[in-house]
Design a protein around this ligand. Structure first.
Ligand SMILES: [Zn+2]
Length: 235
């Protein structure tokens, strides 16, 4: 990836492809289904208002699957990069699992929320949550039965966009890993970074809709491409 000596600040975007190799499925853009559910039935505020039990049961299953999954070589490599990279680094993930953190990464931002977090719409507190939300358990802070998955649903604003765009503005290198480039605003990050002068690299299983926006695209499984790339960066 060009001259790594000129690179100090790195922003990495990770998506479904990196969790898929740990066995976690996400919704398929081709048919709009996620574990046989239409996304509009389980991933919108309207769906939650209409049938909260269906949505809670769906995320209870996603939470259990996340807890049972293990980080793979791509997560491990990014954790190594996080530990050893002396410059600025931000791993922006679209994934709702905690596999980056369990691999040891610390500079992680969950722009679409976290399945292991419950958000109380009564008192606005967030709580680490490993069990079920079906059955309306009380909020540990206020006691109200107002907990929902701490997930950014379709039609809701992704978390910490100001911080993400500030990082992109200061990035020397933007790397997109395992994401289709189909869902905005994340799909626009490469343009933002390139406009601000960053080099751009895509690591993906197949060419994405946004591939032509990148300086370089490498195709293959994240568990192979990411460790190789991190070794180059840290060499
Ligand atoms: Zn509360």
């Amino acid at each position: 990836m060009g001259d790594m000596h000129a690179v100090r600040n790195i922003v990495i975007l990770t998506g479904a492809g990196i969790s898929a190799e740990s066995g976690l499925k996400t919704f398929r853009a081709e048919d709009g289904l996620w574990e046989e559910h239409r996304v509009e039935d389980v991933c919108t505020p309207q769906a939650f208002a209409r049938d909260p039990d269906l949505v809670q049961r769906f995320y209870d299953m996603r939470r259990a699957a996340a807890l049972a999954a293990e980080p793979n070589a791509a997560h491990e490599a990014l954790a190594t990069l996080d530990a050893e990279w002396p410059g600025e680094l931000l791993i922006v993930t679209q994934n709702i699992d905690d596999l980056h953190e369990r691999a040891g990464a610390r500079r992680v931002l969950h722009m679409h929320g976290e399945v292991l977090s419950a958000w109380c719409t009564g008192c606005d507190m967030r709580h680490r949550w490993e069990g079920a939300l079906l059955g309306d358990p009380p909020c540990p802070a206020c006691g109200e039965a107002s907990l929902r998955p701490d997930i950014v649903w379709f039609g809701e604003m992704p978390y910490e966009m100001d911080r993400i765009f500030a990082a992109l503005a200061g990035a020397d290198l933007f790397v997109s890993i395992g994401t289709s480039g189909a869902v905005y605003p994340a799909a626009g990050f490469v343009q933002e970074a390139a406009t601000r002068g960053a080099a751009t690299l895509e690591l993906n299983l197949e060419r994405s809709l946004g591939s032509r926006m990148f300086d370089e695209t490498r195709l293959g499984p994240a568990s192979e491409l990411v460790p190789r790339w991190v070794a180059e960066v840290l060499a």
